[in-house]
Design a protein around this ligand. Structure first.
Ligand code: PEP
Ligand code: MG
Length: 591
């Protein structure tokens, strides 16, 4: 029994990357998982059986949830198809056989389950009966779900073999998986999990493909080859759209293309308000090969080069020479504009094959970013040497991620000093005055901003993390999305405090989190006094349009008023209202 439903169904998720895509679904989770043999100790048998039981009950709960939703949306008949899936999970023979195998063979739950699953499927496949054959596909479908719960992040996806123009639907896509889509003709991607500022969402923007994350159960609702419409601006996905819906979205797509063409004309005009105040608009950079995009949208430099993506999808670490060549090339291509290279920000939701990090309960609060670099000084030194050498070839700056206070800044600068000394001794050229900035992403960094400002060349506020750490909201957790509030009065005060501390010390301050690419929020940031913003290159024209439509005096007044309001929602509503009073069609079209 297949779960295919022909009625138009609308799913709502978290808008991660703008644009509209129309095409066929490709369910990544329907590819087989790579399950490797794993032996366990006799005392681990009970744990593995409990893990298996938990995975089965999670899967049941998930399927029941979708069934209830479908009953509410399209009626009971269509929902009956999920009963077959629930029956598989109640099959005592299958369940008992898996437990027996864990006990007898002392193997991990995923190996035992995968073995039993394949045995069942091959028995069904040999029987020439249509009903039994459909049972086989139910078993496979449900089996993948259970394996997903058992294997979590360690699942491997085979992106290399992907072909054609498809919309990928997956439970989760890691940032490194997302990067490998760069050279593929992928129209869009959708995931069950993930938040607006998860690095997978950030990569989707760099790839220029519309994406919706946090759809919760898209992999259960969508079937392979279903026709889908993805509206990345609104976070909407339509399964099996009617002809009239398709026509509507085709027109919408054309309008977006026209609008984009029109605002691209502003590429060479400055980001200056009506009363002549300039705001620096720079690009965030993740994927090598993005430079033409950075130039096309008129970025005044690279405000954040997320170097960790250079380390991903390879089994070894990049050498100093490789990194140097890469940084040098970017510095030369962007010259005279500045390129701010951020030192390695691993951990959190970004991992490498070449550095095995111990599994942590809360990776965003664990060995991440500058902490990891200070724990692994050789990896850090290699990168610092490469950055310093590249500084001789253009306008290069550098900044450290996730600094919590002056202690860490001094530790990092201490290593930098040693690296500089060695380069001097060897006569290797570098810019002695290369600016070294600090990312402000931890509340303690805001509270020590006056102290940090004395020892930093500039600040760059990483609002993606600052919001998650100050509001205690995991940026990758779709279930917490409603609490992730960039305009929260607490967040605005942290930003204001940082800006004031920077300016009091005579240094510049930028914002490079996703908040900078939202026109409404960007205007608050400008009003609070930031000197520049850095964002995905395709967002630049829209922000420039906002800057060029308003007076700086009004923008400052908006920010002042916004700070008097009590909730993020009030702030956003107030700003939208004020901007619309001046530019009535401001929100009519967005890319
Ligand atoms: C941020 O935290 O806002 C930031 C720009 O860094 P990243 O998103 O890479 O953590
Ligand atoms: Mg960050």
């Amino acid at each position: 029994m297949s779960k295919k439903i022909d009625k138009e169904i609308v799913l709502k998720g978290i808008p991660a990357a703008p644009g509209i895509a129309m095409g066929q679904a490709f369910l990544l989770d329907q590819q087989d998982f790579i399950v490797t043999e794993r032996q366990i100790l006799p005392e681990e048998v009970t744990i593995e059986i409990a893990r298996f039981e938990e995975a089965v009950s999670h899967t049941k709960y998930e399927i029941q949830g979708v069934k209830d939703k479908i009953i509410a949306q399209v009626g009971g008949l269509d929902a009956q198809i999920f009963d077959a899936h629930l029956l598989v999970l109640e099959d005592c023979m299958l369940i008992d056989e898996v437990k027996k195998r864990i006990r007898d063979n002392k193997c991990g739950a995923e190996c035992a389950f995968s073995f039993v699953l394949h045995r069942y499927v091959s028995i069904f496949d040999k029987i020439q009966d249509e009903y039994i054959k459909e049972r086989s596909s139910d078993v496979t479908d449900v089996g993948r779900r259970v394996l997903k719960h058992l294997m979590g992040e360690s699942r491997l996806h085979d992106f290399e073999s992907l072909q054609g123009e498809i919309i990928i639907v997956a439970h989760d896509i890691s940032p490194s998986d997302a990067v490998t889509m760069y050279s593929k003709k992928i129209l869009s991607f959708l995931t069950d999990v993930g938040g607006r500022t998860a690095h997978t969402a950030i990569i989707a923007k760099s790839l220029g493909v519309p994406a919706v994350l946090g759809l919760k159960d898209a992999t259960l609702r969508v079937s392979n080859q279903d026709f889908l419409i993805v509206d990345g601006r609104k976070g909407v996905v339509i399964i099996n759209p009617s002809d009239s819906t398709k026509r509507l979205y085709s027109k919408e797509k054309e309008k977006i293309a026209q609008y984009e063409g029109a605002i691209l004309n502003t590429r060479d005009v400055p980001a200056e308000t009506v009363d002549g105040h300039h705001l620096g608009l720079m690009a965030n950079f993740e994927i090598r090969g993005e430079i033409p995009g950075v130039k096309k949208y008129g970025a005044e430099g690279i405000g954040l080069y997320r170097t960790e993506f250079f380390y991903m999808n390879r089994m070894d670490l990049p050498t100093e020479e490789e990194q140097y060549q890469d940084y040098k090339k970017i510095a030369e291509e962007m010259n005279p504009h500045m390129v701010i290279i951020r030192t390695l920000d691993l951990g959190g939701d970004k991992f490498l094959s070449s550095i095995q990090l111990p599994k942590e309960m809360a990776p965003f609060l664990g060995s991440r970013a500058i902490r990891l670099c200070l724990e692994e000084p050789e990896i850090f030194r290699t990168q610092l040497r490469a950055i310093l050498r590249a500084s001789a070839h253009g306008n290069v700056g550098m900044m450290y991620p996730m600094i919590a206070g002056p202690g860490e800044l001094r530790a990092a600068n201490g290593i930098l000093k040693g690296v500089k000394q060695r380069l001097r001794e060897k006569g290797v050229p570098f810019n002695e005055n290369m600016p070294v900035g600090v990312m402000i992403e931890v509340p303690a960094a805001v509270m020590t901003a006056e102290l940090l400002a004395k020892e930093a060349s500039f600040f760059s506020i990483g609002t993606n993390d600052l919001i998650q750490y100050s509001l205690a909201v995991d940026r990758t957790n779709e279930k917490m999305a409603q609490f992730y509030e960039p305009a929260h009065p607490g967040v605005l005060r942290l930003i204001r405090r940082t800006i004031n501390a920077a300016h009091d010390a005579g240094i510049k301050v930028s914002v490079c989190g996703e908040m900078a690419s939202d026109p409404t929020l960007a205007m608050i940031l400008m009003g609070l006094g930031v000197d520049s913003l850095s964002m995905s290159p395709s967002s630049i024209p829209q922000i420039k349009r906002a800057v060029r439509s308003l007076k700086f005096a009004s923008i400052e007044e908006f920010a002042k008023q916004a700070l008097r309001l009590s909730t993020g929602q009030e702030v956003e509503e107030y700003m939208i209202n004020e901007i619309q009073k001046i530019v009535p069609d401001f929100y009519t079209y967005e890319a």
